[in-house]
Design a protein around this ligand. Sequence first.
Ligand code: ZN
Length: 209
Amino acid sequence: MDDHSPRLQLRSLARRLYRRGWMEGTAGNLSMRTAEGLFITASGCPKGSLSLEDILCIPVLEAPFSIGPDDRRPSAETSIHRVLYHIFPETGAVLHVHTVEASLVSDTADPALSLPPLEVLKGLGIADPETRPLLPVFDNDRLVSDIAKKITARLPDPRFPLPALLIRRHGTTVWGRTIAEAVRHLELMEFCLRFLVRKNSLNRDEDMR
Ligand SMILES: [Zn+2]
């Protein structure tokens, strides 16, 4: 297996994101679309110590899939990955993580979060950060397929120009044409969310003085 194989790339990325505290326990899921199919992390596997067998290859768009070796199943959030590949056909990778910042900033934002005019937004495709782009926020739901349906109903929308969305009190999802691009989008998106959390906390401290 060469270093560029989807399984090796996804395993190594999961370790990196686990070390950052973005995929604690079994949280989060990562996928890559290839000519062979959709490579996606299996459900319930600790992201800091995935084996190559914990990354399954399933059809990209069709609903049915066979259970992998040892009863491994694709991520419980596979339907969200699939709708994003369907809605944005140029997408080659989708990354979903559970961060404290995403949970905090999505708590009250409804139906979208207005992002601060930060330079890093240029790396997310926003030519002029002063336009304060909106990031859509979706309610969390026990039924993941219902979250996927809501995403299909609201995206694409020119009011939401970022390759990212939030699920309330749950996490961040980003996508990109390649896995490298999706990783950049994730890092920049999380930078914006960290900025917002710190800014809100500074504002609160000011108010208390
Ligand atoms: Zn999740």
